[in-house]
Write a protein that binds this ligand. Structure first.
Ligand code: L34
Length: 281
């Protein structure tokens, strides 16, 4: 059978169109969702992602408030800005793009965001809500985007062996949680895992969030597996590539996400969804 190349661009566009219609209705009721986007420093990849987020806001009709702060911004200054935004009623969501410069304590910043404006779902309150299975609040963007890609491709999670490679707070741990909530049988692997290849080879659904180009090779993949690639690695020739060796894995897979055009655009669509939710909560 032909491999399904999961089109994250198309699926994210569908979601953005759904949200655009919803926001038009909200505006008739006098509600205009607002998102504050904070970028500290000059990380080139962050600049691209933040700019994609602002474009998505514009498309859907979400008001965006942009704060591009210099690398030298102090922790105190950033905390002060967040404190103000917590109290600004036009701002329903606050996003602090990660990574932050090394002199700023990331956890301290994430803790300072009002949980009801935490559209990234990074605050321990919201992380905890996901952990206890309370899914009516915000969902973490990249993980929720992955679940949405799988579901909108008519792929069942229930009962499947799901292997997540990577244990970050932003992808690995929360995606494992959401797969579990969807009744997958979940294994989390990481840099200290023994027999990584054997474990990956058992996966019905394999989520790669390692951050190393082409790390998952064809010999690690089961025939008919669903391959979700969260990696975005920039090669020397300027091209983007994922954590999965796409060319060599795609013929073995039942379905695979490309990079670019897979998980990345879904992260943004799910962020927009959280912003709309924040405005009506
Ligand atoms: N606070 N920090 C916070 N929230 C997030 O949700 C993120 N993330 C990750 C990095 N830091 C964050 C993002 O926004 C990764 N991420 C992200 C967002 C968008 C895209 C990729 C990662 C994206 O648009 N990807 C495009 C290609 C973009 C390009 O040309 O570089 C794609 O098609 O994959």
């Amino acid at each position: 059978m032909e491999t399904l190349i999961i089109d994250g661009k198309k699926i994210s566009q569908d979601i953005k169109d759904e949200l655009k219609a919803e926001v038009e209705d909200l505006k008739k009721k006098g509600i205009e969702p607002g998102l504050a986007v904070i970028l500290v420093g000059n990380n080139p990849a962050s600049k691209v992602y933040v700019s994609n987020k602002k474009k998505a806001c514009e498309y859907i009709g979400i008001r965006s408030f942009s704060y591009e702060l210099p690398e030298e911004t102090s922790e105190e200054e950033l905390l002060k800005l967040i404190k103000d935004l917590n109290q600004t009623k036009e701002v329903h969501g606050i996003l602090v793009q990660l990574p932050l410069p090394k002199h700023i304590d990331e956890n301290k910043i994430l803790l300072s965001i009002d949980p009801s404006k935490d559209v990234d779902c990074f605050h321990p309150y919201n992380v905890g809500m996901i952990s206890i299975g309370e899914l009516n609040g915000f969902l973490p963007c990249t993980p929720a985007g992955i679940i949405e890609l799988i579901k909108r491709s008519q792929i069942e999670i229930e009962g499947k062996k799901c292997v997540v490679v990577g244990r970050s707070n932003i992808v690995g741990k929360p995606v494992a949680n959401l797969l579990l909530r969807n009744n997958g049988t979940v294994t989390i692997c990481h840099s200290r895992t023994k027999n990584l290849k054997e474990i990956c080879k058992e996966a019905d659904i394999l989520v790669a969030a390692i951050g190393k180009a082409n790390f998952i090779t064809a010999d690690m993949v089961k025939d008919g597996a669903v391959l979700i690639d969260v990696g975005i690695n920039r090669l020397e020739n300027g091209k983007l590539c994922g954590d999965i060796d796409f060319e060599n894995c795609k013929d073995k897979a039942m379905a695979i996400t490309p990079v670019p055009g897979g998980v990345g655009p879904m992260t943004i669509a799910m962020l927009m969804k959280n912003c709309v939710k924040a405005a009506i909560m």
